[in-house]
Design a protein around this ligand. Structure first.
Ligand code: ADP
Ligand code: ASP
Ligand code: MG
Length: 450
């Protein structure tokens, strides 16, 4: 069987009519056996607010009411099937219990269990929408197979165990029915719920596709594919019909929110094609991400990642010495921080850290403990409110004239840092957050609309 895993994001499962459109997409293809859903649009944000320390009892009640309103509206539109109503009641009371418990004990495992409840609701509702349309479908608790480590808020999937469990527990169900399951969440060995970080449902779909050796993953969202830049920033951005794994990975890494940065990894490992399309307008087609593509243009897209932090480390110990970087990276690794861009001079190292590396509850990366540890061997300066703009393409490092074209556009802006040369697929500049939109649209105009 040529198996397809289809993932539907928050706006695609926002309400009953959106879910109904997605169900039609699934029904049109008998090979789509596994459906991965995000929480209905807005629900995870509400749950994140419920996990925050400063949320008052009064606000907590309002938030739970808002979540209940979104979910029960879909249930009403479905005609209130008994078993789904009971399931929603139980998830909603669990949300109340977990958020109450967090107000006195800020336990990370409880936060993840709370954040996971949005996907519990949407998957139960979505399976019911498929059944309403005459399909044999059920909701499957992904925690039975999506094994991760216990790094709550940003758990690491355990690839081999996931493959084993998915083949034992999920695969046998697929011949007789469609399975609707949750993105974003998993469970550790002890059975505690974990989450993969915000936007992680794309990653979940790719991991399940890898485990089940699917032939394709479909990412259904609110745009008709991957565009030359975020269409919200440049109205003239155009959809890309076909793009390589490398280019798509760079785009996702550098902020093209349409794909979670880790989505491409499982697809590359198993050479699984990825499709990105609009669940609202499936007839418009979308983007295929493939191992081999026909065209490899120098300029493919412009991506932007906001909320960047620049760490500037200064130490005279670096002068003609060895080991400073090793020590710095070891400290960062102990704090589970992955560094993105780096530039060095004789006595300075600048590196960027990324808010998307923060955990599902939005807790930042830079802790007091980390800063103190770093300060023991160098002077540390932290700059915020920066954005990283990346030009993504091919042979960027070996094509004459790229820098001239890019710098021409950047002339009116202060560029805080430039990274080019390590990868043939990108050129990155760090600019003030407040100028990012302008830089992106000017670059897009110059590189794609000329
Ligand atoms: P979902 O909830 O379906 O996962 P997301 O909001 O996470 O959807 O991702 C879709 C959004 O990604 C689009 O609405 C768009 O604004 C944004 N985006 C950023 N860069 C790009 C790009 N290059 N191409 C298409 N969409 C992009
Ligand atoms: N619901 C989660 C989030 O909002 C995961 C996802 O949508 O991919 O981050
Ligand atoms: Mg997303």
């Amino acid at each position: 069987m040529s198996l397809i895993v289809a993932k539907f994001g928050g706006t695609s499962v926002a309400d009953y009519s959106a879910m109904s459109r997605c169900a039609d997409i699934i029904i049109a293809n008998p090979n789509t056996r596994v459906v991965v859903v995000s929480a209905s649009s807005g629900v995870t944000n509400l749950l994140v607010e419920l996990t925050q320390e400063q949320t008052t009892d009064e606000r907590r009640k309002q938030l739970i009411k808002q979540i209940a309103h979104i979910q029960y509206q879909i249930l009403d539109d479905l005609g209130r099937p008994q078993e789904v109503a009971a399931r929603l009641d139980s998830v909603l009371s669990r949300i109340a219990v977990l958020s109450e418990s967090l107000s006195s004990n800020r336990c990370k495992a409880t936060m993840d269990e709370l954040l996971a409840q949005g996907e519990q609701c949407s998957s139960a509702l979505f399976a019911a929408v498929l059944r309403e349309k005459g399909e044999t479908a059920s909701a499957f608790d992904v925690r039975q197979v999506m094994r991760t480590d216990s790094h709550f808020g940003r758990a690491e999937p355990q690839i081999e165990t996931i493959a084993k469990l998915a083949n034992e527990q999920l695969f046998p169900l697929l011949s007789s029915q469609r399975i609707v399951t949750q993105g974003f969440i998993g469970a550790d060995e002890a059975g505690s719920t974990t989450t993969l970080g915000r936007g992680g449902s794309d990653y979940s779909a790719a991991l399940l596709a890898e485990a089940l050796k699917a032939s394709a993953v479909e990412i259904w969202t609110d745009v008709a594919g991957i565009y030359t830049t975020d269409p919200r920033l440049a109205p003239n951005a155009s959809p890309i019909a076909e793009i390589s794994f490398n280019e798509a990975a760079e785009m996702a890494t550098f902020g093209a929110k349409v794909l979670h940065p880790a989505t491409i990894l499982p697809a590359v490992r198993q050479k699984i094609q990825v499709f990105v399309g609009s669940s609202r307008e499936p007839e418009r087609g979308g983007t295929w991400i493939r191992h081999q593509v026909e065209e490899a243009p120098v300029y493919r897209a412009v991506a932007v990642r906001r909320d960047q932090t620049l760490l500037n480390l200064h130490s005279l110990q670096m002068l003609h010495a060895q080991g400073f970087l090793a020590e710095t990276f070891a400290t960062l690794a102990r704090h589970k921080i992955s560094v993105d861009l780096i530039t060095t001079s004789e006595v300075n190292v600048s590196l960027t850290l990324d808010k998307t590396g923060s955990d599902s509850a939005g807790n930042g990366l830079l802790s007091e403990a980390l800063l103190q540890e770093l300060s023991q061997h160098c002077r540390v300066r932290v700059e915020d409110s920066l954005a990283l703009v990346a030009i993504v393409g091919n042979k960027i490092a070996s094509t004459p004239g790229v820098c001239r074209r890019v710098f021409e556009v950047l002339e009116p802006h202060n560029v805080r840092m430039i990274c080019q040369g390590a990868s043939p697929h990108n050129l990155c500049v760090l600019v003030a957050e407040s100028e990012a939109a302008q830089v992106v649209s000017a670059l897009h105009e110059n590189l794609f609309e000329a």
